[in-house]
Design a binder for this molecule. Structure first.
Ligand code: ZN
Length: 172
C-alpha cells in the first residue's frame, strides 16, 4: 500500500489533516459499532465503541495541541476506503460488508492507511514539531493495527473466503 503524503505547508495544515483522519476514524467506528449491534454481535460492538473512543481522544488531543493554529488550517478531508477498491465506503448503505470479519478487515485496512499517512507526513515535513507528533500518531495507529490483528484471530475468513482474493497480511 502506497500513501502519498499531502502537501503540508504549515503546522496548521498538519493539524487540520490529522484532525480529519481522527474524526473520520472515530465516526466510522461508531457506524461499524452500530452495524455490529444490528448483527447482535456484542463483542465486536464493544470493540468498535472502544476504538471510536480511542480515536475521539486522538482527535481531542490534536485539537488541544493545535490550539489557535487549527483555525488557520485549510479544510482537510480523509475518507475511509474499502480494501477491495478505491472508492469511499458508505457504511450505512453496505450492510452485506459487515460481518465481524469484514468489519475488522475494513478497520485494519484504514488503521494501516492512517499509520502510513502519518509516517509519510513525519518523513516529508521539515517542521520538527510536526515530525515528532506525526511519528507519535503513526505509532499509535500501528498499535491499533496490532489490536485488530489480535481480534481477527477469533474471526477466521471462512465465511467469505472465496470472495477474498487478498487475505490479511499479518505484520510481525
Ligand atoms: Zn487508530
Amino acid at each position: 500500500m502506497t500513501v502519498k503524503p499531502p502537501q503540508l505547508n504549515s503546522v496548521a495544515e498538519f493539524f487540520a489533516q490529522a484532525l480529519a483522519i481522527e474524526t473520520e476514524a472515530s465516526e466510522r467506528y461508531g457506524l461499524l459499532a452500530d452495524q455490529m449491534e444490528v448483527h447482535n454481535n456484542r463483542e465486536i460492538t464493544a470493540i468498535f465503541r472502544k476504538m471510536a473512543n480511542i480515536e475521539a481522544k486522538h482527535r481531542d488531543e490534536i485539537r488541544r495541541r493545535a490550539g489557535d493554529a487549527l483555525v488557520e488550517g485549510r479544510p482537510a478531508s480523509f475518507t475511509w476506503l474499502g480494501p477491495d477498491g478505491p472508492e469511499a465506503i458508505d457504511l450505512e448503505a453496505v450492510h452485506y460488508l459487515m460481518t465481524p470479519y469484514r468489519a475488522l478487515m475494513l478497520a485494519r485496512y484504514n488503521e494501516e492507511r492512517a499509520a502510513k499517512y502519518f509516517e509519510a507526513i513525519a518523513q516529508a515535513t521539515t517542521d520538527p514539531e510536526i515530525a515528532v507528533f506525526a511519528a507519535e500518531l503513526a505509532r499509535d495507529e500501528h498499535e491499533h493495527v496490532a489490536w485488530v490483528d489480535k481480534w481477527l484471530e477469533q474471526y477466521p475468513a471462512e465465511d467469505n473466503a472465496e470472495e477474498d482474493p487478498d487475505p490479511p497480511v499479518y505484520s510481525e
